[in-house]
Design a protein around this ligand. Structure first.
Ligand code: 99T
Length: 200
């Protein structure tokens, strides 16, 4: 398999962490690329019309995207039910946490593009604050959750969301008001799949 990825992408990191946890990482050749909405990647767009990474090309030549689909595909390839709970309340909690963490990350990536890719004179401060409000509200919600259970797609998504926030916006200092989430993240970050995939 081949996967379009980048060392900075939190969504590609989700897929890489999932592959590592399932013992599938050696079967995936990474194609590292650099892109943004104003710097699209032609070759990737031929595989994913949305022009976003990650995109996984399977051994049968099909391209899969986006990160939730790729992660669930990898889980199925490894027998199923390991990273995505098969059924019941644990499944819905894991999927909801993935949605919450991915939404947090989407908002963070949008602020990154607005502040790093858009000319300073065109930047819209109110819109940036609106995205940061989503980030902070999601962090507050995560602080109230008991995340200490299984290492599933919910936990992977939250860990990658927090890692990306630290990477792009260290000045956010989210830990100061969310000690439970900070302790959970610190403990989890030692896991080899996460330690070896820190954004760069
Ligand atoms: O939007 C673009 O044109 C390019 N952006 C991406 O490909 C980002 C890379 S994060 N990927 C996504 O937004 C994927 C979201 C999708 N729902 C998923 O896979 O879950 C790069 C951030 C950075 O480098 O700072």
């Amino acid at each position: 398999m081949q996967m379009y990825s980048s060392p900075s992408s939190p969504f590609a990191r989700k897929a890489r962490v999932t592959a590592h946890e399932l013992g599938l990482d050696a079967r995936i050749t990474l194609i590292n690329i650099s892109l943004s909405p104003v710097n699209p990647h032609q070759e990737l767009r031929a595989h994913n019309p949305l022009g976003k990474l990650p995109a996984l090309i399977t051994d049968t030549g099909e391209t899969l995207y986006d990160s939730p689909v790729i992660c669930e595909y990898l889980d199925a390839l490894a027998g199923g039910g390991r990273i995505f709970p098969a059924s019941g309340p644990a499944r819905w909690t894991a999927l909801r946490r993935q949605a919450l963490a991915d939404g947090l990350t989407d908002a963070t990536v949008l602020v990154r593009y607005e502040t790093a890719a858009r000319p300073t004179t065109l930047q819209w401060q109110q819109w940036i604050e609106g995205q940061f409000l989503k980030v902070r509200t999601a962090l507050d919600a995560l602080e109230t959750e008991d995340l200490g259970g299984a290492f599933d797609i919910g936990a992977i998504s939250v860990a990658c969301a927090l890692g990306y926030l630290d990477f792009r916006f260290p000045e956010e200092r989210w830990r100061e008001t969310r000690p439970r989430l900070a302790a959970w993240h610190a403990a989890l970050s030692e896991r080899p799949s996460l330690a070896s995939s820190r954004p760069s």
